[in-house]
Design a protein around this ligand. Structure first.
Ligand SMILES: [Fe+2]
Length: 249
């Protein structure tokens, strides 16, 4: 498998490029709209054709590149069937593999960050989206999130994968790239170290995180598979790859 981990600094999002060496077909997990040109250049450099994009969930902190990539190179859009996005070409369901050339992607329903969040198991790797981050996890206070659900998703599903399974998160804010199920079970301060559900719920309830600055634009944009709103405030234009002009003189 051809594999690249790509980083989008504005929202600290990881996009993953997976390519089939036999057919030259590729997929992208969680592409970001403002990094469209980088993703297309990387595909071209590797001699790959983008067959499909997959999103782990309806994001609140960035806008997916799915629709623009489809318009540019004809890739199909895959998203959780349960999200019922009219713009999706493929509805992903728990345990039903998506096959692209020699790539086999197994979705795992892992609610808690959002209600329909999916993680993706591909060979020795698991792409955990915002369900499980390195030494952390996604927030659970918006989009039908639930700390109780997230605890069950991580303990009941992700932590039952082999300890050697490599964990590739949806974000990292401190320059970490990869972990493993065994390492997260042993070290994750929120969900590992044998934390109980009550302990985890108390940790999440005490976070007191600010209201997400992009959510009101990102969620409708992502429910349309990646439409940038026209009325974005100037300080958010960069999220759509738009450069604001600096005043002359
Ligand atoms: Fe998210």
């Amino acid at each position: 498998m051809i594999f690249r981990q790509l980083f989008e600094p504005l929202s600290s999002t990881y996009t993953y490029l997976l390519g089939c060496e036999t057919t030259g077909q590729a997929l992208l997990i969680d592409p970001v709209v403002n990094s469209l040109e980088r993703d297309l250049a990387e595909l071209q450099r590797l001699g790959l054709t983008l067959a499909c994009t997959l999103d782990t969930h309806v994001h609140a902190d960035h806008i997916t590149g799915a629709l623009h990539l489809k318009q540019r190179v004809g890739s199909r859009i895959a998203a959780a069937a349960a999200d019922r996005l009219p713009c999706a070409d493929i509805g992903l369901e728990d345990g039903v593999p998506l096959v692209v050339g020699s790539l086999n992607v197994r979705p795992l329903h892992t609610p808690g960050h959002t209600d329909h969040h999916l993680a993706f198991v591909v060979g020795e790797r698991v792409f955990t989206g915002d369900a499980l981050l390195i030494d952390g996890c996604g927030r659970t206070d918006f989009q039908n999130g639930s700390a109780a659900d997230l605890y069950r998703s991580v303990n009941g599903r992700l932590f039952t994968l082999p300890d050697e399974q490599l964990v590739y998160p949806g974000h990292d804010y401190q320059g970490r790239h990869v972990s493993s199920i065994g390492q997260e079970k042993a070290r994750n301060p929120r969900l590992g170290q044998g934390r109980t559900q009550a302990e985890f719920e108390a940790i999440m309830a005490a976070l007191n995180l600010p209201y997400p600055k992009f959510i009101d634009h990102a969620v409708p944009g992502n429910r349309a598979c990646g439409v940038c709103p026209d009325d974005l405030p100037e300080q958010l234009q960069a999220y759509c790859g738009r450069m604001t002009e600096s005043p002359q003189g």
